[in-house]
Every structure is written in structure tokens, then in C-alpha cells.
Design a protein around this ligand. Structure first.
Ligand code: FE
Length: 210
């Protein structure tokens, strides 16, 4: 008999951890127990790479594309090379493709197989990106996933889902918010959120820059 008929678990319980992840976890546990590392400090470092350092690179790429038509053309033709112009290249970003949002097309990125993600422009993938619910639902019900992320698009906007692989990583070029014609690259970059470059969010509007 089930004592908790109404309980359900919406997260994984570690059963899908790769061998590498298990080794990292074991090492982290030992180092923490011996007092070599502070897990809270590790979390801060990882959080910083996930949300601050990494995605700011991508935000610069987007802001440049919004302001510079020639750069945007190069970005759409050969994203890897154009992104390298800004100094962002390296592992997990060797084969990049930029997909552009328009009023009739919204792009969203997932890795259905694991967690492929464009590190040089977005840093480390967020936890939800690696979760089974996101990886499966993004393909089956992208509009529902977007709603969960607080994004409701017009029914006339088509949603296209791109499945990242080791061979190809995607960066979404979101639509430039209206009323931002006078802004410089730095100000524009401040409007570009990480999620807007994965396609699970939209850029901030002017005045809401972080
Ligand atoms: Fe993957």
C-alpha cells in the first residue's frame, strides 16, 4: 500500500548521473568532509558561471547583432567565426549556429539526449536544462514549457525547437525590444537574459535592465 498516494516527485533522484558526475560528487564529498572545500562557496562559483559570466558573452553577441547589420549577416552565415570575432571560442562551442526570432517564429533550444550547450557564449547550463522534464517536454509541448517559464506567445507565432548535439550548438537571437533604438551595445546587452538566448525567455524591456 502506498502511504502517500498524493505525493509525486518531479525531480530525478540521481539515477541518471553519469560516471563522471558520480566521481565529481564523490570527490566533492570527500574534500568537504576533510574540510578542504566549502560547498556553499562552490555553489556561488557555479552560480556565477551559470548566470553571470557565461551568459554575458552571449548577450554581447546579441547586442552587437542588434546594432551592426554586417556583424549580424556574418553571424547568421557562420556563427562560430562571427562569435570568435568577439573573442569567444573554445570547447563546446566549436560548431555554433544562431537562430533568429521573428514575430512569426520563436526558436527554443534543448538537448534531448543529455545537456549539450554552447559554453563559450552561455557558460554552464542551468539545472533545469539538464532535467528530464525539460528535455522531453520541450519537444512534445514547447508552448506549454514556455508558459511554465512565464512566456506566452501569440498563437500566430510558430515555435521551432532545435535539438543540440555534440556536433551543433544553438544560440537564439531574440527580437530587439521596441523603444531601444537609442541604446548602445552595453545597454542593449544588459537587456539580454540567459533564457532569452535559450529561447525559454524574452529580453528585458528598456528600464528593466539588470
Ligand atoms: Fe547533450
Amino acid at each position: 500500500m502506498n502511504d502517500h498516494p498524493d505525493s509525486h516527485h518531479d525531480h530525478e533522484h540521481g539515477s541518471e548521473l553519469s560516471e563522471a558526475a558520480l566521481r565529481v560528487r564523490a570527490l566533492e564529498t570527500i574534500l568537504t568532509e576533510k574540510g578542504y572545500i566549502d560547498p556553499a562557496a562552490l555553489d556561488v562559483i557555479i552560480e556565477t558561471y551559470e548566470t553571470k559570466i557565461g551568459p554575458r558573452n552571449g548577450a554581447r553577441v546579441v547586442a552587437r547583432a542588434w546594432r551592426d547589420a554586417d556583424f549580424k549577416a556574418r553571424l547568421m552565415a557562420d556563427a562560430t567565426a562571427a562569435i570568435a570575432e568577439l573573442g569567444y571560442s573554445g570547447r563546446q562551442g566549436e560548431h555554433m549556429r544562431v537562430v533568429e526570432n521573428t514575430p512569426v517564429l520563436h526558436n527554443m533550444v534543448v538537448c534531448t539526449l543529455c545537456s549539450c550547450y554552447p559554453w563559450p557564449v552561455l557558460g554552464l547550463p542551468p539545472v533545469w536544462y539538464k532535467s528530464t522534464p525539460y528535455r522531453s517536454r520541450a519537444v512534445i509541448d514547447p508552448r506549454g514549457v514556455l508558459k511554465d517559464f512565464g512566456v506566452e506567445l501569440p498563437v500566430t507565432t510558430r515555435i521551432r525547437v532545435w535539438d543540440s548535439t555534440a556536433e551543433m550548438r544553438y544560440l537564439v537571437l531574440p527580437m530587439r525590444p521596441s523603444g531601444t533604438e537609442g541604446l548602445g551595445e552595453e545597454e542593449l546587452a544588459a537587456l539580454v537574459t540567459r533564457d532569452s538566448m535559450i529561447g525559454t525567455g524574452l529580453p528585458l524591456s528598456e528600464g528593466r535592465a539588470r
